[in-house]
Design a protein. Structure first.
Length: 341
């Protein structure tokens, strides 16, 4: 007998063709996500402002981290690194530790904490903006005057020159490491003149201005003698102010400082011999001197860390614009307390 025939195999039903994905769908998704992020930032800012009793720039919220030492005497260590400039480009996430912006927030945070008895400024900078340097200097003086008995000690890293040295003049004691470079007491304004190059390659300047000096330091025009005199007067006035700040901070005569304030830099030993710093030493020496100035046996040193919550991350994401930052750094001409090397 022949075996019974098997039923025919069932075929899987045909699948309907998948719709093609449109690039517009991805675009709409990005727009929706960005809109939600923006809404969260606005809502979080509104709720945060309602919860606060004080302005967050005047009374910044920062996390305290135990850094060195022990005891009951609270001291804050504040780093100052790199170019001194306020309101510049922020990193994508959080705060740029050691920047002038972070240092200013930390000084203000310490000023309003009655338990803080001293600040140790840990400086490694060649200087920067004139106004930014002066704002940090005044903020340190405000810290001291906010409560009797407070002290400020500065310790230098590789470099503490020009505007960074200016900031240190608010200190009660200055420690330079043996390998530190300091000084450079002077003012700088710098630009490039590309007129000759422009004529060779066919670049022409087109400037519409309201007065003959409105485009002073235009890189495609020669500086006139009148304009040079104007700029020299500004530089000299700001230089005189720098000299007076150093004279006050070092308790020396203006005449003595003026002889040293030609922009030259000094090694730690030379600066110590000239009484531009008080001591050559290291971090432990700075801590010991802080204890001595406060009249205690030991100090407990803290540092601050910017609180990076969810809203801070969103704010950093919203402000991220690397192209804009590059343009600003390349295009700006400013008066500087800066040592360039």
């Amino acid at each position: 007998m022949l075996p019974p025939e098997l039923p025919p195999a069932r075929q899987a039903p045909a699948q309907p063709p998948r719709p093609k994905r449109s690039g517009k769908g991805h675009l709409y998704a990005i727009i929706i996500v960005e809109s939600l992020l923006l809404a969260l930032i606005i809502l979080g800012g509104m709720l945060g402002d309602l919860d606060r009793e004080k302005g967050k720039d005047e009374f910044p919220e920062m996390e305290e981290i135990w850094s060195y030492g022990s005891g009951n005497t609270k001291v804050i260590r504040i780093p100052l690194r790199g170019m001194i400039a306020l309101g510049g480009d922020k990193p994508l996430f959080g705060s740029d530790a050691g920047s002038a912006d972070s240092a200013l927030k930390a000084i203000r945070r310490a000023t309003h904490d009655e338990e803080v008895k001293a600040i140790i400024m840990d400086i490694d900078s060649g200087g920067g903006g004139i106004t930014a340097s002066d704002i940090l200097y005044e903020a340190l003086k405000d810290f001291r005057s906010a409560k009797p008995g407070r002290k400020i000690v500065s310790i230098f890293g590789d470099v503490a020159a020009s505007g960074a040295y200016y900031v240190a003049m608010a200190s009660d004691h200055v420690v330079a490491r043996p390998t530190s470079i300091t000084g450079s007491i002077g003012v700088l304004i710098q630009s490039l003149n590309l007129q000759g190059l422009g004529e060779k390659v066919g670049i022409k300047d087109i400037t519409i201005k309201s007065g003959k000096n409105k485009d002073i330091l235009n890189p495609l025009k020669e500086l006139t003698e009148e304009q040079r005199t104007m700029l020299e007067e500004i530089v000299n006035e700001l230089h005189t102010h720098f000299v007076s700040v150093v004279a006050e901070g070092r308790n020396m005569s203006i005449e003595t400082i003026a002889e040293l304030a030609d922009g030259r830099i000094f090694t730690a030993s030379a600066a110590h011999n000239l009484e531009l710093v008080d001591q050559i030493g290291y971090w432990d020496d700075a801590m010991r001197k802080t204890s001595e100035l406060l009249g205690v046996k030991k100090v407990k040193v803290f540092r601050y860390r910017q609180d990076v919550g969810f809203m801070s991350l969103l704010e950093g994401r919203a402000k991220f614009d690397p192209a804009s930052g590059l343009y600003n750094k390349l295009s700006r001409t400013r008066l500087l307390y800066l040592w360039q090397f």
